[in-house]
Design a protein around this ligand. Structure first.
Ligand SMILES: Nc1ncnc2c1ncn2[C@@H]1O[C@H](COP(=O)(O)OP(=O)(O)O)[C@@H](O)[C@H]1O
Ligand SMILES: [Mg+2]
Length: 112
Protein backbone atom coordinates (compact mmCIF):
# COMPACT_ATOMS: atom_id res chain seq x y z
CA UNK A 1 0.00 0.00 0.00
CA UNK A 2 1.03 3.58 -0.62
CA UNK A 3 0.02 6.87 0.91
CA UNK A 4 -0.33 9.74 -1.52
CA UNK A 5 -0.19 13.11 0.20
CA UNK A 6 -0.88 16.20 -1.82
CA UNK A 7 -0.50 19.82 -0.78
CA UNK A 8 -2.61 21.88 -3.14
CA UNK A 9 -4.07 25.38 -3.49
CA UNK A 10 -7.37 25.68 -1.66
CA UNK A 11 -9.09 26.94 -4.80
CA UNK A 12 -7.94 23.80 -6.67
CA UNK A 13 -9.68 21.43 -4.27
CA UNK A 14 -12.82 21.08 -6.42
CA UNK A 15 -10.89 20.30 -9.59
CA UNK A 16 -8.61 17.82 -7.83
CA UNK A 17 -11.57 16.08 -6.23
CA UNK A 18 -13.26 15.78 -9.64
CA UNK A 19 -10.05 14.35 -11.11
CA UNK A 20 -9.94 11.75 -8.33
CA UNK A 21 -13.58 10.82 -8.91
CA UNK A 22 -12.63 9.96 -12.51
CA UNK A 23 -10.58 7.09 -11.08
CA UNK A 24 -13.42 5.86 -8.90
CA UNK A 25 -14.70 6.20 -5.39
CA UNK A 26 -11.79 6.95 -3.15
CA UNK A 27 -11.64 7.27 0.59
CA UNK A 28 -9.57 10.23 1.62
CA UNK A 29 -8.78 12.82 4.24
CA UNK A 30 -8.72 16.51 3.46
CA UNK A 31 -7.00 18.74 5.94
CA UNK A 32 -6.71 22.50 6.04
CA UNK A 33 -3.09 23.36 6.64
CA UNK A 34 -0.79 26.38 6.69
CA UNK A 35 2.27 25.78 4.54
CA UNK A 36 5.59 27.45 4.05
CA UNK A 37 7.69 27.40 0.90
CA UNK A 38 8.89 29.76 -1.79
CA UNK A 39 5.49 31.43 -2.07
CA UNK A 40 5.68 34.60 0.04
CA UNK A 41 2.75 36.74 -0.89
CA UNK A 42 2.24 38.13 2.61
CA UNK A 43 5.78 39.46 2.95
CA UNK A 44 6.10 42.34 5.38
CA UNK A 45 8.72 44.78 6.59
CA UNK A 46 9.23 43.42 10.09
CA UNK A 47 11.57 40.45 10.21
CA UNK A 48 9.93 38.53 13.05
CA UNK A 49 6.40 38.82 11.77
CA UNK A 50 7.63 38.31 8.21
CA UNK A 51 8.46 34.70 8.99
CA UNK A 52 5.12 33.97 10.64
CA UNK A 53 3.21 35.48 7.74
CA UNK A 54 4.96 33.20 5.27
CA UNK A 55 2.49 30.52 6.30
CA UNK A 56 -0.10 30.28 3.55
CA UNK A 57 -3.42 28.42 3.80
CA UNK A 58 -3.32 25.24 1.73
CA UNK A 59 -5.28 22.03 1.51
CA UNK A 60 -3.67 18.65 2.15
CA UNK A 61 -5.17 15.46 0.79
CA UNK A 62 -4.17 12.10 2.23
CA UNK A 63 -5.13 8.95 0.33
CA UNK A 64 -4.03 5.37 1.02
CA UNK A 65 -4.33 3.07 -2.00
CA UNK A 66 -3.05 -0.28 -3.31
CA UNK A 67 0.44 0.00 -4.84
CA UNK A 68 -0.77 -0.14 -8.44
CA UNK A 69 -3.07 2.87 -8.01
CA UNK A 70 -0.54 5.30 -6.53
CA UNK A 71 1.03 6.40 -9.81
CA UNK A 72 -2.23 7.15 -11.65
CA UNK A 73 -3.61 8.87 -8.57
CA UNK A 74 -0.59 11.14 -8.31
CA UNK A 75 -0.83 11.92 -12.04
CA UNK A 76 -4.47 12.97 -11.69
CA UNK A 77 -3.62 15.26 -8.76
CA UNK A 78 -0.64 16.79 -10.56
CA UNK A 79 -2.72 17.47 -13.66
CA UNK A 80 -5.62 19.07 -11.78
CA UNK A 81 -3.58 21.06 -9.24
CA UNK A 82 -1.22 22.67 -11.77
CA UNK A 83 -1.25 26.40 -12.56
CA UNK A 84 2.47 26.82 -13.29
CA UNK A 85 2.89 29.50 -10.62
CA UNK A 86 4.83 29.37 -7.37
CA UNK A 87 2.74 27.77 -4.65
CA UNK A 88 1.11 24.99 -6.68
CA UNK A 89 2.13 22.50 -3.99
CA UNK A 90 3.70 19.07 -3.68
CA UNK A 91 2.83 15.40 -4.02
CA UNK A 92 4.49 12.86 -1.72
CA UNK A 93 4.23 9.08 -2.06
CA UNK A 94 5.28 6.83 0.82
CA UNK A 95 4.90 3.18 1.78
CA UNK A 96 2.20 2.09 4.25
CA UNK A 97 2.92 -1.02 6.32
CA UNK A 98 -0.58 -1.83 7.48
CA UNK A 99 -4.18 -0.68 7.39
CA UNK A 100 -6.95 -2.02 9.61
CA UNK A 101 -10.60 -1.15 9.19
CA UNK A 102 -12.06 -0.45 12.62
CA UNK A 103 -15.59 -1.65 11.78
CA UNK A 104 -14.68 -5.08 10.40
CA UNK A 105 -11.12 -5.83 11.42
CA UNK A 106 -10.15 -6.29 7.75
CA UNK A 107 -6.48 -5.74 7.07
CA UNK A 108 -4.28 -4.59 4.21
CA UNK A 109 -5.74 -3.76 0.80
CA UNK A 110 -9.04 -5.40 1.80
CA UNK A 111 -9.47 -2.66 4.37
CA UNK A 112 -9.05 0.22 1.89
N1 LIG B 1 9.64 20.12 1.22
C1 LIG B 1 8.35 20.29 1.53
N2 LIG B 1 7.79 19.56 2.51
C2 LIG B 1 6.49 19.71 2.83
N3 LIG B 1 5.67 20.57 2.24
C3 LIG B 1 6.17 21.33 1.27
C4 LIG B 1 7.54 21.24 0.85
N4 LIG B 1 7.74 22.13 -0.14
C5 LIG B 1 6.57 22.75 -0.34
N5 LIG B 1 5.62 22.29 0.50
C6 LIG B 1 4.23 22.72 0.56
O1 LIG B 1 3.85 23.20 -0.71
C7 LIG B 1 3.42 24.56 -0.63
C8 LIG B 1 3.85 25.29 -1.89
O2 LIG B 1 5.27 25.32 -1.96
P1 LIG B 1 6.03 26.63 -2.49
O3 LIG B 1 7.49 26.40 -2.28
O4 LIG B 1 5.43 27.87 -1.90
O5 LIG B 1 5.69 26.66 -4.03
P2 LIG B 1 6.46 25.93 -5.21
O6 LIG B 1 6.82 24.56 -4.75
O7 LIG B 1 5.49 25.99 -6.33
O8 LIG B 1 7.70 26.74 -5.46
C9 LIG B 1 4.02 25.08 0.66
O9 LIG B 1 3.27 26.15 1.19
C10 LIG B 1 4.00 23.86 1.55
O10 LIG B 1 2.70 23.70 2.10
MG1 LIG C 1 8.86 24.95 -3.36
Amino acid sequence: MKKVEAVIRKEKFGEVKAALEEIGTLSLNSIEIAGSGEQKEFKQQWRASEYALYLIPKMKLEIVVPDDLAEVLAEQVLKAAWTGNIGDGMVFISPVDEAVRVRTGEKGVDAL
